[in-house]
Ligand binder design. Sequence first.
Ligand SMILES: Nc1nc2c(ncn2[C@@H]2O[C@H](COP(=O)(O)OP(=O)(O)OP(=O)(O)O)[C@@H](O)[C@H]2O)c(=O)[nH]1
Ligand SMILES: [Mg+2]
Ligand SMILES: [Zn+2]
Length: 303
Amino acid sequence: MAGSDSPQRGQAQMFGSSALVWDGMDMLPASLGPKLKSKSKSRANVLAVGDSVEVARDAAGALSIVSIAPRRTSLARAGGEGREAQFVAANAEQAVIVTSAAEPPFRPGLVDRWALLAHRGGISPMLCLNKADLVTREEAERMIADAAIPLPFVLVSAKTGSGINELKETIQGITSVFVGHSGVGKSSLLRRLIPEEQIATGTLSEKSGKGRHTTSSARLYRLPEGGLVIDTPGVRSVALGGTGPAEVASVFPEIQDAPPCRFTSCTHRMEPGCSVLAGVQTGAIPENVYARYRKLLLEVLVP
Ligand SMILES: Nc1nc2c(ncn2[C@@H]2O[C@H](COP(=O)(O)OP(=O)(O)OP(=O)(O)O)[C@@H](O)[C@H]2O)c(=O)[nH]1
Ligand SMILES: [Mg+2]
Ligand SMILES: [Zn+2]
C-alpha cells in the first residue's frame, strides 16, 4: 500500500488508542480522518475491529481512515442506561463462544446471551468448550446435553492441543470472533492456532478462580491457513438491551420453529392457545430447552 495515492481498502483493528489497518499484507498504523472524527466523541463507537475501511495518505505521508463500509454483520453489547451500544466486532461471519469445562466453571447462561447477540447481528454462533483436559469426555458431553445448548460445538484443550484441528476446520477461511468470560482461554486457543504470534495470556485469580482480564482490547489476527480471528476481552456480564420473546426464541430452534400461537404477541408462558406450551406437553419441545427459554426471557423482561 505504501507509496500509492489512491484510497485503498483494508480491515481495521484497534490497539488501545491507535488504529491499525490490515491491507492483506501488513498491519499499518492509521488515524481516523477528520470527517469520521467529528462523527462521535469516542473512537470506539465509530470504528470497530473488523471494519472494512478505506484509507488514504495525507500530504505528510500519514495514513488516515477516510470511510468505513456498511457493516455486513456486527456483534454489539447493549449499553447501560443512556449509553450507546458497544461494538465488539464487525463483519465476522461466526461467533466462537468460548467456555471452559472447569476453572472457571461452565456457565450456560452466558452462552445463550452471546448466541442471542450473534443472531441479532447476523452472525452464526458456535460453542467451543475449552479445558477438556480438566474433565472426561463423558463429563463434557453431559454438561452440554444438560444445558441443552442448540449450537454446533467443539471440545478442545489449549493446554494439550486436543480438538484444535477440529476448531481449525470450523474457522478456516472465514472471519470469526472469540467471545466469553475472562480466563476461559480465548487467547490461549489463539496461541495454539497462531504459534508465531506473541499473544498474551493470563492466570486465574487464586481467590476468586476467575480470569484477570488479560486481553484489554479486541484484536484481529490472521490465521496461517487463511481466515481472520478477532480476540476480545473477557466480559463479566453481557447486556442484551430491549428485546422480546421473538428474539429470545431465535436462540432455541425448537421454540422458533413451533407453529404460530393464537396470539401473535404470545410470550409462551401462560397464554391460551400457545403452541410452545403444547409442544412442551407433548414432548416435542424438551423441557430443559423450554426452561432455558424461560430463564433468558425473564432476564430480558426484568432488567
Ligand atoms: N488446564 C487448562 N488451562 C487452560 C487451558 N486454556 C487456557 N488455560 C489457562 O487459563 C488461564 C486463562 O487463559 P487466557 O487464554 O488468558 O484466557 P482468556 O479467555 O484470554 O482471558 P481474558 O483475556 O482475560 O478474557 C491461563 O492460566 C491458561 O494457562 C486449557 O485448555 N486447559
Ligand atoms: Mg485473552
Ligand atoms: Zn406461545
